[in-house]
Design a protein around this ligand. Structure first.
Ligand SMILES: NC(=O)c1ccc[n+]([C@@H]2O[C@H](COP(=O)([O-])OP(=O)(O)OC[C@H]3O[C@@H](n4cnc5c(N)ncnc54)[C@H](OP(=O)(O)O)[C@@H]3O)[C@@H](O)[C@H]2O)c1
Length: 266
Protein backbone atom coordinates (compact mmCIF):
# COMPACT_ATOMS: atom_id res chain seq x y z
CA UNK A 1 0.00 0.00 0.00
CA UNK A 2 1.08 3.62 -0.50
CA UNK A 3 2.06 5.66 2.52
CA UNK A 4 -1.07 7.46 3.83
CA UNK A 5 -0.46 11.22 4.08
CA UNK A 6 -1.27 11.37 7.80
CA UNK A 7 0.29 8.93 10.24
CA UNK A 8 0.37 8.63 14.01
CA UNK A 9 3.77 9.26 15.61
CA UNK A 10 4.85 7.38 18.73
CA UNK A 11 8.03 9.12 19.94
CA UNK A 12 8.07 9.36 23.79
CA UNK A 13 5.05 7.08 24.19
CA UNK A 14 5.81 4.24 26.58
CA UNK A 15 3.92 1.25 27.97
CA UNK A 16 0.17 1.60 28.26
CA UNK A 17 0.27 5.13 26.84
CA UNK A 18 1.81 3.79 23.62
CA UNK A 19 -0.74 0.96 23.43
CA UNK A 20 -3.65 3.35 24.01
CA UNK A 21 -2.44 5.97 21.55
CA UNK A 22 -1.96 3.44 18.73
CA UNK A 23 -5.26 1.68 19.58
CA UNK A 24 -7.12 5.01 19.53
CA UNK A 25 -5.41 6.06 16.30
CA UNK A 26 -6.35 2.83 14.52
CA UNK A 27 -9.90 2.98 15.88
CA UNK A 28 -10.27 6.55 14.61
CA UNK A 29 -9.14 5.59 11.13
CA UNK A 30 -5.38 6.21 11.05
CA UNK A 31 -3.77 3.67 8.73
CA UNK A 32 -0.14 4.72 9.18
CA UNK A 33 1.90 4.25 12.37
CA UNK A 34 5.44 5.55 12.85
CA UNK A 35 7.76 3.93 15.41
CA UNK A 36 11.52 3.37 15.81
CA UNK A 37 13.86 0.95 17.51
CA UNK A 38 15.08 3.66 19.90
CA UNK A 39 11.54 4.59 21.03
CA UNK A 40 11.41 1.37 23.04
CA UNK A 41 7.75 0.86 22.15
CA UNK A 42 7.77 -1.50 19.17
CA UNK A 43 6.30 -4.27 21.33
CA UNK A 44 3.49 -1.99 22.50
CA UNK A 45 2.83 -0.83 18.93
CA UNK A 46 2.72 -4.49 17.88
CA UNK A 47 0.31 -5.34 20.69
CA UNK A 48 -2.05 -2.52 19.70
CA UNK A 49 -1.85 -3.47 16.02
CA UNK A 50 -2.64 -7.11 16.80
CA UNK A 51 -5.58 -6.21 19.03
CA UNK A 52 -7.02 -3.66 16.60
CA UNK A 53 -8.57 -6.10 14.15
CA UNK A 54 -7.28 -3.93 11.29
CA UNK A 55 -6.10 -6.22 8.49
CA UNK A 56 -2.33 -6.19 8.01
CA UNK A 57 -2.67 -5.05 4.41
CA UNK A 58 -4.62 -1.97 5.47
CA UNK A 59 -2.09 -0.34 7.76
CA UNK A 60 1.27 1.15 6.87
CA UNK A 61 3.93 0.58 9.54
CA UNK A 62 7.30 2.32 9.63
CA UNK A 63 10.26 1.63 11.90
CA UNK A 64 13.71 3.19 12.00
CA UNK A 65 17.09 1.55 12.44
CA UNK A 66 19.05 2.97 15.37
CA UNK A 67 22.58 4.25 14.80
CA UNK A 68 24.22 1.28 16.56
CA UNK A 69 22.66 -1.11 14.05
CA UNK A 70 23.71 0.59 10.82
CA UNK A 71 26.64 -1.74 10.06
CA UNK A 72 26.16 -4.22 7.24
CA UNK A 73 26.30 -7.15 9.70
CA UNK A 74 23.93 -5.61 12.25
CA UNK A 75 21.12 -3.98 10.31
CA UNK A 76 19.19 -7.06 9.21
CA UNK A 77 19.41 -8.88 12.58
CA UNK A 78 18.14 -5.72 14.30
CA UNK A 79 15.29 -5.43 11.80
CA UNK A 80 14.32 -9.05 12.48
CA UNK A 81 14.17 -8.20 16.18
CA UNK A 82 11.93 -5.21 15.40
CA UNK A 83 9.64 -7.45 13.37
CA UNK A 84 9.45 -9.90 16.25
CA UNK A 85 8.48 -7.13 18.68
CA UNK A 86 5.98 -5.68 16.22
CA UNK A 87 4.54 -9.17 15.55
CA UNK A 88 4.86 -8.54 11.82
CA UNK A 89 6.32 -10.50 8.91
CA UNK A 90 7.38 -7.32 7.13
CA UNK A 91 7.53 -3.58 7.64
CA UNK A 92 6.00 -1.26 5.06
CA UNK A 93 8.91 1.13 5.42
CA UNK A 94 12.28 0.94 7.15
CA UNK A 95 14.39 4.06 7.58
CA UNK A 96 17.91 4.86 8.66
CA UNK A 97 16.93 6.91 11.75
CA UNK A 98 20.01 9.14 11.76
CA UNK A 99 23.11 9.16 9.59
CA UNK A 100 25.89 7.23 11.30
CA UNK A 101 27.49 9.58 13.89
CA UNK A 102 30.74 10.95 12.53
CA UNK A 103 30.20 8.98 9.33
CA UNK A 104 31.46 5.84 11.12
CA UNK A 105 29.39 3.54 8.93
CA UNK A 106 29.34 4.65 5.28
CA UNK A 107 25.88 5.57 3.98
CA UNK A 108 26.39 3.11 1.10
CA UNK A 109 26.90 0.21 3.54
CA UNK A 110 23.64 0.88 5.40
CA UNK A 111 21.69 1.52 2.20
CA UNK A 112 22.96 -1.77 0.72
CA UNK A 113 21.83 -3.61 3.87
CA UNK A 114 18.40 -1.96 3.65
CA UNK A 115 18.13 -2.99 0.02
CA UNK A 116 19.04 -6.55 0.97
CA UNK A 117 16.37 -6.44 3.73
CA UNK A 118 13.84 -5.46 1.10
CA UNK A 119 15.02 -8.24 -1.21
CA UNK A 120 14.52 -10.71 1.66
CA UNK A 121 10.94 -9.46 2.10
CA UNK A 122 11.54 -7.94 5.53
CA UNK A 123 10.38 -4.50 4.40
CA UNK A 124 8.43 -3.29 1.38
CA UNK A 125 10.18 0.06 1.09
CA UNK A 126 13.30 1.72 2.44
CA UNK A 127 14.34 5.27 3.17
CA UNK A 128 16.25 7.71 5.33
CA UNK A 129 15.66 10.22 8.10
CA UNK A 130 17.51 13.35 9.18
CA UNK A 131 19.50 13.32 5.94
CA UNK A 132 20.93 16.59 4.63
CA UNK A 133 21.29 17.22 0.89
CA UNK A 134 24.90 15.88 0.77
CA UNK A 135 23.83 12.75 2.67
CA UNK A 136 20.85 12.30 0.34
CA UNK A 137 23.25 12.53 -2.59
CA UNK A 138 25.32 9.73 -1.03
CA UNK A 139 22.24 7.58 -0.52
CA UNK A 140 21.11 8.20 -4.11
CA UNK A 141 24.56 7.33 -5.41
CA UNK A 142 24.44 4.07 -3.44
CA UNK A 143 21.01 2.73 -4.41
CA UNK A 144 19.34 5.22 -6.77
CA UNK A 145 16.62 7.74 -5.95
CA UNK A 146 13.88 5.37 -7.12
CA UNK A 147 14.72 3.04 -4.23
CA UNK A 148 14.42 5.76 -1.56
CA UNK A 149 10.78 6.12 -0.54
CA UNK A 150 11.18 9.08 1.79
CA UNK A 151 13.42 11.35 3.81
CA UNK A 152 11.78 11.92 7.20
CA UNK A 153 12.89 15.29 8.58
CA UNK A 154 11.86 17.87 11.14
CA UNK A 155 9.49 20.20 9.31
CA UNK A 156 6.92 22.66 10.65
CA UNK A 157 6.06 26.35 10.19
CA UNK A 158 9.16 27.43 12.16
CA UNK A 159 11.59 25.11 10.32
CA UNK A 160 10.39 24.79 6.76
CA UNK A 161 13.48 23.02 5.43
CA UNK A 162 12.91 24.42 1.94
CA UNK A 163 16.22 23.39 0.35
CA UNK A 164 15.93 19.79 1.52
CA UNK A 165 12.29 19.69 0.39
CA UNK A 166 13.13 21.10 -3.06
CA UNK A 167 16.03 18.68 -3.52
CA UNK A 168 13.95 15.67 -2.47
CA UNK A 169 11.09 16.74 -4.71
CA UNK A 170 13.41 17.13 -7.70
CA UNK A 171 14.63 13.56 -7.09
CA UNK A 172 11.09 12.20 -6.73
CA UNK A 173 11.66 11.38 -3.06
CA UNK A 174 8.71 12.08 -0.75
CA UNK A 175 9.27 14.13 2.36
CA UNK A 176 7.80 13.09 5.70
CA UNK A 177 7.41 15.95 8.16
CA UNK A 178 8.20 14.94 11.72
CA UNK A 179 7.24 17.08 14.69
CA UNK A 180 4.76 18.83 12.35
CA UNK A 181 3.19 20.70 15.29
CA UNK A 182 6.61 21.94 16.47
CA UNK A 183 5.85 19.85 19.54
CA UNK A 184 2.75 21.89 20.33
CA UNK A 185 4.29 25.34 19.73
CA UNK A 186 2.03 26.08 16.75
CA UNK A 187 -0.91 26.10 19.16
CA UNK A 188 0.24 29.48 20.50
CA UNK A 189 1.00 31.17 17.19
CA UNK A 190 -1.11 34.29 16.49
CA UNK A 191 -0.91 34.00 12.67
CA UNK A 192 -1.92 30.33 12.72
CA UNK A 193 -4.51 31.07 15.42
CA UNK A 194 -6.19 33.76 13.31
CA UNK A 195 -6.41 31.44 10.28
CA UNK A 196 -7.80 28.68 12.51
CA UNK A 197 -10.42 31.00 14.00
CA UNK A 198 -11.54 32.15 10.55
CA UNK A 199 -11.86 28.58 9.26
CA UNK A 200 -13.42 27.17 12.42
CA UNK A 201 -10.47 24.80 12.72
CA UNK A 202 -7.79 24.17 15.37
CA UNK A 203 -4.26 25.61 15.06
CA UNK A 204 -2.95 22.02 14.88
CA UNK A 205 -5.20 21.32 11.89
CA UNK A 206 -3.99 24.49 10.16
CA UNK A 207 -0.33 23.55 10.66
CA UNK A 208 -0.94 20.02 9.37
CA UNK A 209 -2.97 21.25 6.42
CA UNK A 210 -0.13 23.61 5.49
CA UNK A 211 2.35 20.68 5.38
CA UNK A 212 -0.10 18.55 3.41
CA UNK A 213 -0.58 21.40 0.91
CA UNK A 214 3.19 21.33 0.33
CA UNK A 215 2.86 17.66 -0.59
CA UNK A 216 4.45 16.31 2.57
CA UNK A 217 3.32 13.38 4.68
CA UNK A 218 2.78 14.32 8.36
CA UNK A 219 3.10 12.17 11.48
CA UNK A 220 1.78 14.14 14.47
CA UNK A 221 1.58 12.32 17.79
CA UNK A 222 -0.89 12.63 20.62
CA UNK A 223 -1.78 10.92 23.86
CA UNK A 224 -5.30 12.38 23.61
CA UNK A 225 -8.01 10.65 21.60
CA UNK A 226 -9.70 13.98 20.82
CA UNK A 227 -6.45 15.45 19.48
CA UNK A 228 -5.78 12.32 17.40
CA UNK A 229 -9.27 12.65 15.90
CA UNK A 230 -8.99 16.33 15.10
CA UNK A 231 -5.47 15.94 13.65
CA UNK A 232 -6.74 13.26 11.25
CA UNK A 233 -9.55 15.60 10.17
CA UNK A 234 -6.88 18.04 8.90
CA UNK A 235 -7.13 16.01 5.66
CA UNK A 236 -10.40 17.82 4.95
CA UNK A 237 -9.20 21.35 5.68
CA UNK A 238 -8.38 23.54 2.68
CA UNK A 239 -6.20 26.59 3.20
CA UNK A 240 -6.27 29.48 0.74
CA UNK A 241 -3.09 30.52 -1.10
CA UNK A 242 -3.08 33.61 1.14
CA UNK A 243 -3.17 31.43 4.29
CA UNK A 244 -0.33 29.29 2.93
CA UNK A 245 1.75 32.37 2.12
CA UNK A 246 1.16 33.73 5.64
CA UNK A 247 2.44 30.50 7.19
CA UNK A 248 5.35 30.43 4.73
CA UNK A 249 6.34 33.72 6.35
CA UNK A 250 6.73 32.11 9.79
CA UNK A 251 9.94 30.24 8.93
CA UNK A 252 12.67 31.10 11.42
CA UNK A 253 14.97 28.12 11.09
CA UNK A 254 13.99 26.93 14.56
CA UNK A 255 15.30 23.40 14.90
CA UNK A 256 13.88 21.55 17.92
CA UNK A 257 15.66 18.22 17.38
CA UNK A 258 19.43 18.67 17.30
CA UNK A 259 21.28 15.95 19.25
CA UNK A 260 25.07 16.12 19.55
CA UNK A 261 25.45 13.34 16.97
CA UNK A 262 23.37 15.20 14.35
CA UNK A 263 24.95 15.83 10.95
CA UNK A 264 26.16 19.33 10.00
CA UNK A 265 22.83 20.76 8.90
CA UNK A 266 24.36 23.23 6.45
N1 LIG B 1 12.93 10.73 12.61
C1 LIG B 1 13.17 11.38 13.72
O1 LIG B 1 14.32 11.60 14.11
C2 LIG B 1 12.02 11.89 14.55
C3 LIG B 1 12.24 12.84 15.55
C4 LIG B 1 11.15 13.32 16.27
C5 LIG B 1 9.87 12.84 15.98
N2 LIG B 1 9.68 11.88 15.02
C6 LIG B 1 8.34 11.32 14.73
O2 LIG B 1 7.42 12.38 14.54
C7 LIG B 1 6.33 12.21 15.44
C8 LIG B 1 5.74 13.56 15.79
O3 LIG B 1 6.66 14.35 16.51
P1 LIG B 1 6.45 14.72 18.04
O4 LIG B 1 5.54 13.72 18.64
O5 LIG B 1 7.77 14.88 18.66
O6 LIG B 1 5.81 16.18 18.00
P2 LIG B 1 4.46 16.81 17.39
O7 LIG B 1 3.61 15.77 16.75
O8 LIG B 1 4.83 18.02 16.63
O9 LIG B 1 3.75 17.34 18.71
C9 LIG B 1 3.26 16.47 19.69
C10 LIG B 1 2.77 17.35 20.83
O10 LIG B 1 1.65 18.13 20.39
C11 LIG B 1 0.54 17.88 21.21
N3 LIG B 1 -0.64 17.80 20.35
C12 LIG B 1 -0.87 16.89 19.36
N4 LIG B 1 -2.05 17.15 18.74
C13 LIG B 1 -2.56 18.24 19.33
C14 LIG B 1 -3.75 18.98 19.15
N5 LIG B 1 -4.63 18.66 18.20
N6 LIG B 1 -3.98 20.06 19.96
C15 LIG B 1 -3.11 20.39 20.92
N7 LIG B 1 -1.94 19.72 21.16
C16 LIG B 1 -1.68 18.65 20.37
C17 LIG B 1 0.80 16.58 21.93
O11 LIG B 1 0.23 16.62 23.21
P3 LIG B 1 -1.00 15.63 23.64
O12 LIG B 1 -0.39 14.28 23.78
O13 LIG B 1 -1.46 16.23 24.92
O14 LIG B 1 -2.02 15.71 22.53
C18 LIG B 1 2.33 16.55 22.04
O15 LIG B 1 2.74 17.27 23.19
C19 LIG B 1 6.94 11.45 16.60
O16 LIG B 1 5.96 10.88 17.45
C20 LIG B 1 7.81 10.46 15.89
O17 LIG B 1 7.02 9.36 15.43
C21 LIG B 1 10.74 11.42 14.29
Amino acid sequence: MNMPSIGAGTFRLQGQQAIDSVANALDLGYRHIDTAQIYGNEAEVGQALAASGVARGEVFVTTKIWTEHLGGDKLIPSLKESLHKLRLDALDLTLIHWPSPGGMVPVAESMAALLEARRLGLTRAIGVSNFTIPLMREAIEAVGAANIATNQVELHPYLQNREVAAFAQAQGIALTAYMPLAYGKVMHDPVIGAIAARLGASPAQVALSWSLAKGHTVIPSSTQRANLASNLAARDLMLTPVDIAAIDGLDRGERLVDPDFAPAWG
